[in-house]
Each structure stands twice: as C-alpha cells, then as structure tokens.
Write a protein that binds this ligand. Sequence first.
Ligand code: ZN
Length: 216
Amino acid sequence: MTAPFLTVADVRLIEQQVKKILRAKSSSSDTKIVNTVRGLAVAELREKLNMVNEDILKEVEILEDSINTELFFHSLKAYTIPFKAISDKGLQKLFKKDKKLKLPKLDSIDWQTISYLSWLDKGTNRQYIVLENEGEYIALRGIYEASTSTKGVCAICNQHSSVHLFTATVKGNGDHYTSYSNYICEDVLVCNSYVSDYTKLEQFVYRNLASNECGK
Ligand SMILES: [Zn+2]
C-alpha cells in the first residue's frame, strides 16, 4: 500500500474542486461548459497540490455523479496524512504558562480531518491554536471576542464565514507589546473543513506568533 501523501489541506482542495465540477454539471447541460470547469479544476489541483498524483487527477477527470464522488472522497482517506495526534500532557507542555489550561476533548477529534488544532476557553475568552511543522508543534494563544461575531472573510481559511476577532499580543523590545487582530472562523471545525492551503494557515500563525507570550 502506498504511504499517505495527501495533507488534510490537499484533501480539502480536491473536495472543493470536485464540488465545483458537480455544481457545473447540475446547473448546466452544456458539456462544453462542464468540461471547461473540469479542465480548470484539474489545472488548479495540478498547480496547488503538495504532491501531484496522476491517478487521482484521472479520477477527477472522469467523475460523473455524487455517488461515485462520495466513494472517491472516501478512498482518499487511505492516502491522507493525519494531524500528528497530541496528548493532554503535550498540550500542557506547549502552553505551560497557562496554569489552569482548559483542554479540548481530544478523543472526539478525527485527526484526518484537521489541518490545525484549536479550541476556545469560554471562561477566559482565550483561543488556542496548534500547528504542526515537520513533527514539531507550534503554539499560538490569543483572545477572541464573541461580541465581535459577524460575517466576513476568515484570515486562516480565506472563506466567507461566521467570524470573530482574534487578537494575539506580541512582545517586542523591552516592555513594548503589539497586538494583532484578525477575523477568523468562530467554528474551528468549519474552518478546518475549508482550509485548502496549508501555507496560508502557516503564514497566519507565524505572523501572529513572532514572540507570542504563550511560547517558550
Ligand atoms: Zn476559517
């Protein structure tokens, strides 16, 4: 069996492109239009996938209906690299400055469906974000404001969604602090279901991280 080679974000990208093709098929009986959409979708996959796999692209080129599509999506699971599972202890180590760290329910997480791990502490309004880069975890903590809930574009997944303001504070020289605020999806599972570009996600975290106080 082939070793997994698709990131979770790759799988999302494939799903999004296939859904575009199905939408075109259901809204147009003109095969020319459908074929154009299909050609663009395959070209985008070729350009953006972490690792291009001709068998997968071939499947996308021939997908005709939603039943085959469901089977196809399911078959991708065998090739999906899961987010590297982390334990409660591992999280406590990442956020060791938080003495009363509220932990997420790790046993309910399907690691094959998330590009990043995030959870909210409604008591303190803290939002925690964990990324993985070459086996290492990267931790970011910020404050979210539920009262800022609105519709907008999320800085992590770049999709139009229900978002709230997330503010990370970065320590500069001496006692100088700078805060960065971004709108991000309120629902981290919804956000994860949209993330199709891991680089953008990483850029968001690194931008906010600099020397984020939760770190080392
Ligand atoms: Zn999002």
